[in-house]
Design a protein around this ligand. Structure first.
Ligand code: HEM
Ligand SMILES: *[C@@H]1O[C@H](CO)[C@@H](O)[C@H](O)[C@H]1NC(C)=O
Length: 321
C-alpha cells in the first residue's frame, strides 16, 4: 500500500472516531421501548391539547440553536443561576415541559440513567410532527445532556421575529442550516400561536406615516388589532395560521401568498427575492415540503450535539446530576 493511502485511511478513521455521531435506533438494546414511551406521552398530551405539539417542536428548535441539542432549554434556574427558560424568547411562551417530564419519569423507571433528555425532546418533536402533520421520519439518537444553561444566550442565537430574509439566512447559516432549510422549517408556523408582542409593531408602529405594515392583509390586520389592543400590560395570543392552527402543513406558504403571515419573519419569505421561489415551491408541492421538513428537522437535531462520554444522562431533565 502506498504511504499516501495509509495516511488517508488514518485520517479517515481518526476523524470518524472523533466525530462519534448519532444513530437511528441508538436505544435498541439499552432501552427498547424508549421511543414508544415518548410517543405515548406525546400522543396523550397532544390529543388533549394540540398546542403542546407546537410547543414541543418549537422547544427542539430553541434547544438546538442554543449550545446545540443538549437539553439546556430544560434546566430550571437555581439561586444565582438564571437559565435559558427564563429568557423572554422562552418565558412565558414556551410550552410542553411537562410532557418531557412525564416521558422522562417513565423512562427512568424502566431504564434508569439511559435515555438523554435531549433525545427525548428530539423524539417528542418528531412525534408531534407526525401527530399534527402526518410527517414521518426516523430520529438519529445518542445525544448527551449538557450541564450548562445561561439565561442570556438565546439573545445571540435565536432569531427575533423582526428579522428580514437576509438576516434570517445569516442566523441559520451560523448553525449550518441552508437558506432553503430555513424557509422549509419556518413552515412550523402553520401550527401554534404567537403572543401579540411578537407582531404588534406591524399593527401599530410600522413607521411614522404608516402605522400598519403594508405587507399584511388589511383584513388580517383588523382581526389582529381586535385580539391585540394597543400594547398594554396584558399580552394576548393569536394563532399563527388562522385557518388550520392544529394542522402542520404547507398552507402556511399559501397564507404568505395572501399576505397573511403573522410575523415579519414569515411574510418576508414570500416578499424577498432570495426566498420567494422557495416559498412558492413549498406552497405548491406539499408532499415535497413535508419531506424537506423531515430532513431539515433531522439536520437541526444534529447541531453541535454531544455524544459518547461528553456531558451526561440527566436523571431529572430540570436539574444537572
Ligand atoms: C425563522 C426564524 C423564526 C422566528 C423569527 C420565529 C419566531 C417565533 C415567534 C415570535 C413565535 C411566537 C412566540 C410567542 O410570542 O408566543 C414562534 C412560535 C412558534 N415557532 Fe417559531 N420562529 C422561527 C423559526 C421556527 C422554527 C425553525 C421552528 C421549528 C421547526 C419554529 C416553531 C414554532 C412553533 C411550532 C411555534 C408555535 C409555538 C406554540 O404555539 O407554542 N419556529 N416562533
Ligand atoms: C412608511 O411606509 C410606507 C409603506 O411602505 C412607505 O410608502 C413610506 O415611504 C414610509 N415612510 C417613512 C417615513 O419611512
Amino acid at each position: 500500500m502506498k504511504l499516501s493511502t495509509l495516511f488517508i485511511l488514518y485520517f479517515f478513521t481518526v476523524s470518524t472516531l472523533a466525530n462519534a455521531s448519532l444513530k437511528i435506533g441508538y436505544y435498541h438494546s439499552s432501552c427498547p421501548n424508549a421511543e414508544s414511551i415518548v410517543r405515548k406521552a406525546v400522543n396523550k398530551a397532544v390529543s388533549r391539547n394540540p398546542g403542546l405539539g407546537a410547543g414541543i417542536i418549537r422547544m427542539h428548535f430553541h434547544d438546538c440553536f442554543v449550545r446545540g441539542c443538549d437539553a439546556s432549554i430544560l434546566l430550571d434556574p437555581t439561586p444565582g443561576n438564571p437559565t435559558e427558560k427564563e429568557h423572554p424568547a422562552n418565558n412565558p411562551s414556551l410550552r410542553g415541559y411537562e410532557v418531557i417530564d412525564e416521558a422522562k419519569i417513565e423512562l427512568e423507571s424502566i431504564c434508569p440513567e439511559t435515555v438523554s433528555c435531549s433525545d427525548i425532546i428530539a423524539f417528542a418533536a418528531r412525534d408531534s410532527a407526525f401527530k399534527l402533520g402526518g410527517i414521518r421520519y426516523s430520529v438519529p439518537s445518542g445525544r448527551r445532556d449538557g450541564r450548562v444553561s445561561i439565561k442570556d444566550e438565546p439573545t445571540a442565537n435565536l432569531p427575533p421575529s423582526t428579522l428580514n430574509a437576509g438576516e434570517l439566512e445569516e442566523n441559520f447559516a451560523k448553525k449550518g442550516l441552508s437558506l432553503d432549510e430555513m424557509v422549509t422549517l419556518s413552515g412550523a408556523h402553520s401550527i401554534g400561536r404567537s403572543h401579540c408582542s411578537s407582531f404588534s409593531d406591524r399593527l401599530y408602529s410600522f413607521n411614522s406615516t404608516h402605522p400598519q405594515d403594508p405587507s399584511m392583509d388589511p383584513k388580517l390586520a383588523q382581526q389582529l388589532i381586535k385580539r391585540c389592543p394597543r400594547p398594554s400590560t396584558t399580552d394576548p395570543i393569536a394563532p399563527l395560521d388562522v385557518d388550520t392552527p392544529n394542522r402542520l402543513d404547507n398552507k402556511y406558504y399559501l397564507n404568505l401568498k395572501n399576505k397573511r403571515g403573522v410575523l415579519t419573519s414569515d411574510q418576508t419569505l414570500w416578499n424577498s427575492p432570495s426566498t420567494a421561489r422557495m416559498a412558492r415551491s413549498n406552497a405548491i408541492h406539499g408532499a415535497n415540503w413535508a419531506h424537506k421538513f423531515a430532513d431539515a428537522m433531522v439536520k437541526m437535531g444534529s447541531i453541535e450535539v454531544m455524544t459518547g462520554i461528553q456531558g451526561e444522562i440527566r436523571k431529572n431533565c430540570r436539574v444537572v446530576n
